[in-house]
Design a protein. Structure first.
Length: 450
């Protein structure tokens, strides 16, 4: 309830036409609402670029994307998700942060059956201008942070009826450049890793679809040694995603900052929630809320999703947003390529399976076995074809056993009639005369009127 109240308070504060004093007072009210204890342990980590999302929907859902992760946004959200990405993607994103601070990012992903892989990079640049004592511009310079990494993941134990368990990891390297005129000897390199797990299943599902409607994800992100005694923003995250109906999805993330390599205190836990809804087949809306470090942040956005392209735009409202300035605005353009023939193979396997069912119904078991085996050659995890194959093989084996039973009608059958007659004659010859059934001395009375 507290998070929901803050969301509406922040939204009203930002969009309402108020004076500067009222605006400042409203932001002060929000800060008091959440208290200052949550913000006291913030700002102790290096490389803030690691906390800025790559991926339009990832940012649009308030970073509650650990269990959703259906596009290139998986790279920062959950490295295990590349094992189930539908199509090869290349995504470009621009994010305007505050004033002239901007971030550019690029991400690529693809997969072979159950093995997914990808690469991503982002570049944060903040301009600085130096002036002399007379107010004249002396020089300009930029503070920059760059991150690049590669991804690999694999899906285990999956079948037609079960998603299985996807596990994955990112290996990343980062470089921070601080001009010596700003502060000497502060440029540095860093390296880190991300780990993730993801599974999907059906739970309280009120629509018909093959796609599972409930997802659970776990990640450990930005795990690496300190940089010049400053720790990285390492985080453990657990996420849930639930789609009760096809166009509607809810997601929630719980983030626990950790400091595994230093004695510095970690930030307080963070909470993120998001809602997305498909208005049409190609247009959707989403919103999200993130409470982290005493700074509530709300995001609203939309998506245009076509056959081969996707466009996402988001606007984020937080304690640094100004009414007259468009800060924290991001746009993403994604290009979807082929699926390496997966959809075609799935369709061929289903066609063979349907033909196998027809053959089974007609009693052609040999044909059923042949077609089922063809379907399994294409997709070894196609459980319905495997079950049909086993049924046909069991029935064929039973038929062969029945056919092996000898039922030869040419075997001579002995004539038992003649032997039986001789045996009867012998019995009658040796049998004594039977006694009279009635006594002659007994008078049998006839009818009364005889």
């Amino acid at each position: 309830m507290k998070i929901l109240s803050a969301f509406f308070l922040l939204l009203i504060t930002v969009v309402s036409p108020v004076s500067a004093d009222t605006f400042a007072d409203a932001y002060g009210t929000i800060a008091d609402f959440f208290g200052t204890s949550a913000a006291r342990r913030t700002g102790l980590t290096a490389f803030p670029v690691l906390t800025i999302p790559v991926g339009g929907r990832y940012e649009g859902l308030g970073t509650a994307y650990t269990a959703v992760a259906r596009d290139t946004g998986f790279f920062d959200a959950n490295p295990a998700a590349s094992a189930s990405i539908e199509r090869t993607e290349l995504a470009l994103q621009h994010t305007n942060l505050i004033a002239d601070a901007n971030m550019e990012s690029i991400a690529y992903t693809s997969r072979f059956t159950n093995f997914g892989f990808g690469a991503a990079g982002k570049f944060l640049h903040v301009p600085f201008t130096e002036y002399d004592a007379f107010g004249d511009q002396v020089t300009t310079m930029r503070y920059t942070e760059s991150v690049a990494g590669v991804n690999a993941s694999y899906r285990l134990f999956n079948s037609f009826h079960h998603y299985g368990l996807a596990v994955g990891a990112n290996i990343k390297g980062a470089y921070r450049h601080i001009p010596d005129r700003i502060e000497p000897d502060q440029s540095a390199f860093a390296y880190m890793a991300d780990f993730g797990m993801l599974t999907r299943f059906n739970f309280l599902k009120f629509h018909a679809a093959r796609e599972r409607n409930f997802s659970v994800g776990l990640t450990a992100r930005n795990i690496g040694p300190p940089v010049q005694d400053d720790p990285l923003p390492s985080t453990l995250t657990a996420g849930l995603a639930y789609r009760p109906l096809r166009p509607l999805e809810f997601s929630f993330d719980f983030q626990l900052p950790i400091q595994p390599f230093t004695d510095l205190p970690a930030e307080p836990p963070a909470y993120a929630g998001g809602v997305s809804a498909l208005v049409t087949e190609f247009f959707g809306l989403h919103t999200g809320f993130l409470l982290k470090g005493g700074n509530p942040r709300a995001t609203i956005g939309g998506m245009l999703d076509f056959e081969n392209t996707r466009f996402v735009a988001n606007y984020t409202l937080d304690m640094t947003t100004q009414v007259g300035t468009v800060d924290r605005f991001s746009v993403e353009a994604a290009f979807k390529f082929g699926d390496r023939g997966r959809a075609e193979r799935v369709q061929r396997a289903e066609d063979y399976y349907l033909e196998a069912l027809l053959a089974f119904a007609d009693g052609d078991l040999t044909r059923t076995v042949e077609l089922s085996e063809r379907a399994l050659e294409i997709d070894s995890g196609f459980t319905p074809a495997e079950e049909t194959l086993k049924s046909a093989e069991r029935t064929l084996a039973m038929q062969r056993r029945l056919e092996a039973i000898p039922l030869d009608e040419t075997i001579p059958v002995p004539d038992f009639d003649e032997d039986f007659e001789e045996e009867l004659e012998e019995r009658f010859e040796h049998q004594e005369e039977p006694e009279e059934p009635f006594n002659d001395d007994i008078e049998v009375e006839g009818p009364a009127n005889a």
